[in-house]
Write a protein that binds this ligand. Structure first.
Ligand SMILES: Cc1cc2nc3c(=O)[nH]c(=O)nc-3n(C[C@H](O)[C@H](O)[C@H](O)COP(=O)(O)OP(=O)(O)OC[C@H]3O[C@@H](n4cnc5c(N)ncnc54)[C@H](O)[C@@H]3O)c2cc1C
Length: 416
């Protein structure tokens, strides 16, 4: 048996069941929503057959849904990961710098230096970070990770009244961020620049609410236009247009960290690990990928959206699969069956939109606004941070709408 953190026993990873006397050594890369959930669920449900080690660069949990609020100076709880994960999981502070799936080895760099871990299975839960595919990336700020949010905070606070601020990207993160910026500093000029229609993902009433709310917050909307380059004090748009921008926050795209690609694991164009429906890597079956870092086929035909709605179920599913494998149970080959039901997007502190979706995550029906939507958003952002602790105390508690159940729910039919 290899000890997590001990000099590596260089075993090859395979999908064969671990010998009955050996405990399966599972490495979880990253302790965001997905990694932390996978770790506590697996440790809680297969403690006698599995050793779970989590590697994360920081000792505290980051509630990523609130990074744009952290950037605005709002206090957001950051529980110690050691407490959150509990005694059943070994936490190593550091970064998995290299993975060698064929040799069953991971190299970790951290405050205690460089060390090799011997592993039988790897769960890649490394999330995603902001990508800027245009010239001028050095001029942009972001809210995709904690360090970026910490950099944005003083830069935004230091802007003089009347400064020009741009948020690029009209996805959920861009909408939430632009509203938060405008609400926090009504004395600066905030604009949203996006290649699509502003709020175009929502159904018409949801879209109208998004636009009216942003308008009420004084946000200038530039839709249907791509940013071609970012300069220190302006954006260059397609068609030769130029807009002044003293501070630019890029929310225009996210990609997985390079770890999997560098390890020779098959990934998509955004660096996410290509998996089958069971969440096993297509190229390295001893590797599973969950949350933003994984690309599994979804009912809609593409990958599941990068979201908490995917991070928690995929993590729980991967944990259950590894437990089944370690215990020799038959359901180790079951594919994830997940259907979406709704999305909730905040627009500052006083507004939100709760948008029902099809199971494939396409907006449908009447959008909810007003206090009900704000309440739903508050429940979501606080609930996601608490969910890991709940899962640790009650392993197996994270459940999700299966595709057929979700389809019935969105059609308003009773559960079968
Ligand atoms: C501002 C903002 C608002 C958002 N709002 C919503 C929302 O309202 N609803 C929603 O569903 N989604 C939202 N999202 C998206 C959501 O946050 C992600 O889908 C979710 O965080 C994915 O969870 P994860 O565990 O896969 O990744 P993460 O939460 O990103 O966690 C990944 C962890 O892995 C660590 N890591 C990375 N590389 C390594 C390595 N090599 N070694 C060790 N550790 C590593 C990272 O540091 C991090 O701690 C938002 C995102 C942002 C940025």
């Amino acid at each position: 048996m290899s000890q997590p953190g001990a000099p590596s026993r260089r075993v090859g990873m395979s999908t064969q069941k671990t010998p009955s006397t050996a405990r399966m050594q599972v490495l979880v890369v990253g302790a965001g929503y997905a990694g932390a959930t996978a770790a506590v669920r697996l440790a809680g449900r297969a403690r006698n057959r599995v050793d779970v080690t989590v590697v994360n660069p920081r000792p505290r949990f980051v509630n990523r849904l609130r990074l744009h609020q952290i950037a605005m100076g709002r206090a957001v709880p950051a529980p110690a990961l050691r407490d959150l994960l509990g005694a059943g999981v070994t936490l190593v502070e550091g970064t998995v710098a290299e993975l060698d799936p064929d040799a069953g080895r991971a190299t970790v760099t951290g405050p205690e230096g460089v060390r090799d871990l011997a592993v039988d299975r790897v769960v890649i839960a490394a999330g995603s970070t902001t990508t800027v595919p245009v010239p001028g990336a050095g001029h942009v700020h972001a809210v995709g990770d904690l360090e970026s949010a910490h950099r944005l905070r003083p830069a935004f606070a230091a802007l003089p009244a009347g400064a020009q601020v741009s948020v690029v990207g009209g996805g959920f993160t861009g909408l939430e961020t632009v509203a938060e910026l405008a609400e926090t500093r009504p004395d600066v000029a905030v604009r949203l620049v996006t290649s699509g229609e502003v709020g175009g993902w929502f159904t018409p009433d949801g879209r109208a609410h998004v636009r009216e709310t942003l308008d009420g917050l004084g946000v200038a909307l530039i839709g249907g236009t791509r940013v071609r380059a970012v300069e220190r004090d302006r954006l260059l748009l397609e068609g030769g247009h130029v807009v002044p921008s003293d501070l630019t926050v890029w929310c225009g795209g996210f990609a997985a960290p390079p770890l999997a690609r560098q390890a020779g694991i098959a990934v998509d164009e955004r660096g996410a690990v290509l998996t089958d429906g069971t969440l096993r890597s297509l190229s390295h079956p001893a590797v599973l990928a969950v949350g933003d870092a994984g690309h599994a086929p979804s009912p809609g035909g593409d990958r599941y959206s990068m979201s908490c709605q995917y991070a928690f179920p995929s993590a729980a599913h991967a944990a259950d699969l590894l437990r089944a494998e370690a215990l020799g149970l038959p359901d180790a080959g079951a594919p994830l069956d997940l259907g979406f039901t709704a999305r909730v997007v905040s627009l500052g502190r006083r507004h939100a939109v709760l948008q029902p979706t099809t199971k494939e995550d396409v907006a449908r029906g009447r959008a909810w606004t007003g206090r009900a939507a704000v309440l739903a958003k508050n429940v979501q952002v606080r609930g996601t941070a608490r969910a890991v602790g709940v899962e640790r105390r009650l392993p197996g508690v994270v459940r999700w709408p299966h595709a057929e159940r979700a389809a019935r729910a969105v059609r308003g039919e009773p559960a079968a």
